[in-house]
Unconditional design. Structure first.
Length: 397
């Protein structure tokens, strides 16, 4: 089977997939919808990062596609429901680069508090500006975290260890870590935070999430950091508040429009401001994180293709199955209605198939059952399952 990996995915992913018998093609950048649709003939596994978008049109052009691996945290760049309807599993790496993002944010907090962007620029211009004016310790300052998931909570722990006070706001009911305090509203958080750091996901409803009203509600001379998604922030509004002096400094790692490939031109209304740190979406781009992501996601893709495991899939029912050491295996993806499992087992019994193990899970409109048998399932069984009105697909291993 063939795997196509885009956007400079770590070489360890190639090693994992080749070791599992896949022919791997690597491409350095992302592809447009049309380019991607033309590139998927015969591709069983597709690996992407955040810049490649998998639309319904792309999925329609990929009849051989079994699974998509997002070698990053987010999956909003994939039409998840459309993929699920076609039985295409989608995997990501929700934890592998958490520490890398947190360390970048911590570094940016310190750099902004100490006015390092301005200081280093002046040194490069040959100006010795030794002054404590506007330079502060982060100890004792209040960090407001908007979005208290995997990254937000770890940032909370590290910031508190540095002596910062931590407050957070999240629409989900998440427990506080350490001495962090939950705020009842985002406005309450903005009013008291010396630093505001966004860690929200890229769901469509979050577009324009942080705009003029939110910047206006921030504490005067506070700092702003966005290492989540570019589309959640109004960069023009941020620029206005930076120029007015209301916001003391900002650091951004993500942008509403990002270049497609290494070396492409980057445009932003925030370029040229000496109190702004701009980085090219490298929050999770450390060697350690990318290697871990490459190993993790490639393993999930191979596990699904070779064994039927959907553990940690984001759009299909999650069935964790052990490696198949003896016998034969069948995966049956079906519409989630009552009685399907009984129907499957009755059919197998009628055909005389001996079941040795079975795993079932449901998710939304879909159910997925993996059945192990001592002997290869009869063609009669497989044909009857494929003809079931509830069947999405049947695969055997």
């Amino acid at each position: 089977m063939k795997a196509l990996l885009l956007e400079n995915i770590h070489p360890v992913a190639v090693e994992v997939l080749e070791d599992r018998g896949f022919e791997v093609e690597l491409r350095p950048g992302s592809l447009s919808e049309a380019e991607l649709a033309q590139s998927l003939d015969g591709v069983a596994l597709l690996g992407i990062r955040s810049n490649t978008h998998i639309t319904e049109k792309v999925l329609d052009a990929a009849p051989d596609l079994l699974a998509v691996g997002c070698f990053c945290i987010g999956t909003n760049q994939v039409a998840l429901d459309a993929a699920a309807e076609r039985g295409i599993a989608v995997f990501n790496a929700p934890y592998s680069n958490t520490r890398s993002v947190v360390e970048l944010v911590i570094g940016e907090i310190i750099a902004l508090a100490r006015r390092l962007p301005e200081k280093t620029l002046r040194m490069h211009d040959g100006i010795w500006d030794k002054s404590a004016r506007g330079s502060h310790e982060v100890r004792g300052r209040t960090l407001g975290i908007v979005g208290y998931g995997n990254i937000g909570t770890q940032l909370s722990n590290v910031a508190e260890a540095m002596g910062m006070r931590v407050v957070f706001y999240d629409t989900a009911d998440r427990p506080a870590h350490g001495n962090a305090r939950r705020m009842r509203s985002m406005d309450d958080l903005l009013a008291i935070s010396d630093v505001v750091s966004l860690h929200v996901d890229g769901r469509p409803g979050n577009a324009g999430f942080f705009g003029p009203e939110q910047f206006k509600a921030m504490k005067p001379r506070a700092m702003f950091i966005n290492a989540s998604r570019g589309m959640v922030v109004d960069d023009l509004a941020l620029r206005d508040h930076l120029l007015s002096g209301h916001i003391a400094g900002a650091a951004l790692d993500v942008f509403p429009v990002e270049p497609k490939a290494q070396g492409d031109a980057f445009e932003s209304v925030l370029r040229g401001l000496d109190n702004v740190i701009l980085t090219p979406h490298v929050g999770g781009s450390t060697q350690e994180a990318q290697e871990e992501i490459g190993w993790f996601v490639a393993g999930k893709l191979a596990g699904f293709a070779h064994e039927g495991s959907t553990a940690l899939a984001v759009n299909l029912p999650a069935v964790v199955v052990p490696p198949l050491e003896t016998g034969h295996r069948m995966g049956f993806l079906h519409v989630n209605v009552p009685g399907v499992l009984a129907e499957v087992n009755a059919l197998l019994a009628q055909e005389g198939d001996n079941v040795t193990g079975q795993h079932l899970a449901t998710r939304g409109q879909l159910g997925y059952v993996v059945t192990d048998a001592s002997n290869q399932l009869s063609e009669g069984s497989l044909q009857r399952l494929r003809s079931s009105e509830h069947c999405r697909w049947v695969r055997t291993w």
